[in-house]
Design a protein around this ligand. Structure first.
Ligand SMILES: NC(=O)c1ccc[n+]([C@@H]2O[C@H](COP(=O)([O-])OP(=O)(O)OC[C@H]3O[C@@H](n4cnc5c(N)ncnc54)[C@H](O)[C@@H]3O)[C@@H](O)[C@H]2O)c1
Length: 271
C-alpha cells in the first residue's frame, strides 16, 4: 500500500510545521516513509514534531525562521538543502487572518496580511524551486482558504492574499510543471486548530450546521490527508489545482443546506 504513495525516502520541508495542520501532515507523511524538515518560528514546536516523527523511523530536521523575512527564507532553504538534503517536496502552512472593515483598514494591516499569507509562499517556492528545477522534479503544496475563493466581510486583506495564493499556484504550475514540478493548493474551510479549539458538541453544531452540509468543522488530519494526496504519486497528473476541504461549504455557496419546504425552492422561491 505504501508504494502507491511513493513517499518513502522523499525529503519534504514543511514551513509552519510545528503544530496543527503542519504537525498532522508531518505525522501522516512520516507514516508513509517521508523524511521531514520542520521549520517554525517557534523552534521548540519544530523540535517536538521532529522527535515524534523520528519514532516512526524517518529522519527529521528542525529549524527556526520567520517566513515573513526574505533573508531568513533564503538562508533557511539553503541550510536545509545543505544539512538535510535536496528537497523533493515543500508544504507551506503559515498564514493568519486579521479582521478589519475595508473602510477602516490601514496599509500596515493590508501589508501584514499579504506578508504572512502570500509573499512568503512566493519567496519560499522560488527558493525551493531552484533546486527542483535543476533536478527536474518536485512537488509543492500551498495552503489557501475558502476566503480566497468566496468573499468574507472584514477579511478583505486575508481574502485577497489567499486568492493570490490560488492564482500563484496556477502560474507556478504553468512555469514549472513543464520541468517536472507539480504545484497544488489546499483551501481549508473551518478547521479545529490549537488557535481555534473545539467547542461543546452543541455549540459546534449550532455554529456550523447552518453553513456546512457535513455539519462539523474539519480536523487538522483532514487537511493533512489532502496535503499528502498532492505530495504523493496519487495525484501524478494534477497540477495548478486548489482543493477545498470544507465539508461542502463552498458547494452550497456558503449557505449550507436550504430549509426543505415542500413545493418551494431556496429562500421560498421556485426556480
Ligand atoms: N484554522 C482554520 O480554520 C483555517 C481556515 C482556512 C485556512 N486556514 C489556513 O491554514 C493555515 C494554518 O492555519 P492555523 O491557524 O492552523 O495555523 P497555526 O496558528 O497553527 O500556525 C501554524 C504554525 O506556523 C508557525 N508560524 C506562524 N508564523 C510564522 C512565521 N512568520 N514564520 C514561521 N512560522 C510561523 C506557528 O508557530 C505555528 O506552529 C494558514 O495558512 C491559515 O490561513 C486556516
Amino acid at each position: 500500500m505504501q508504494e502507491l504513495f511513493g513517499l518513502k525516502g522523499k525529503r519534504v520541508l514543511i514551513t509552519g510545521g510545528g503544530q496543527g495542520m503542519g504537525e498532522a501532515s508531518a505525522r501522516l507523511l512520516a507514516s508513509l516513509g517521508a523524511d521531514l524538515a520542520i521549520l517554525d518560528i517557534e523552534l521548540e514546536r519544530a523540535e517536538r514534531v521532529c522527535a515524534e516523527v523520528r519514532q516512526k523511523g524517518v529522519s527529521a530536521y528542525a529549524l527556526s525562521a520567520d517566513v515573513t523575512d526574505e533573508a531568513q527564507i533564503v538562508a533557511a532553504v539553503a541550510k536545509v538543502e545543505k544539512e538535510f538534503g535536496p528537497l523533493d517536496g515543500l508544504v507551506m502552512i503559515v498564514g493568519m487572518a486579521g479582521w478589519a472593515p475595508l473602510a477602516e483598514m490601514s496599509a500596515e494591516t493590508w501589508d501584514r496580511d499579504h506578508s504572512r499569507n502570500l509573499r512568503h509562499v512566493f519567496l519560499t517556492s522560488r527558493e525551493v524551486a531552484k533546486g527542483m528545477l535543476a533536478r527536474g522534479s518536485g512537488r509543492i503544496v500551498c495552503i489557501a482558504s475558502i476566503d480566497g475563493i468566496r468573499s468574507a466581510a472584514h477579511h478583505g486583506a486575508y481574502g485577497a492574499a489567499k486568492a493570490g495564493v490560488v492564482h500563484l499556484v496556477k502560474t507556478m504550475a504553468a512555469e514549472w510543471s513543464p520541468h517536472g514540478i507539480r504545484v497544488n493548493c489546499v483551501a481549508p474551510g473551518g478547521i479545529v486548530t490549537p488557535r481555534i479549539p473545539l467547542g461543546s458538541p452543541e455549540e459546534e453544531r449550532a455554529r456550523i450546521a447552518p453553513y456546512v452540509p457535513m455539519a462539523r468543522r474539519g480536523t487538522v488530519e483532514d487537511i493533512g490527508k489532502a496535503v499528502t494526496f498532492f505530495l504523493s504519486d496519487m495525484s501524478d497528473y494534477v497540477t495548478g489545482q486548489t482543493l477545498a476541504v470544507d465539508g461542502g461549504f463552498l458547494a452550497t455557496g456558503g449557505f449550507g443546506p436550504p430549509p426543505v419546504v415542500s413545493g418551494q425552492g431556496t429562500l421560498g422561491l421556485d426556480p
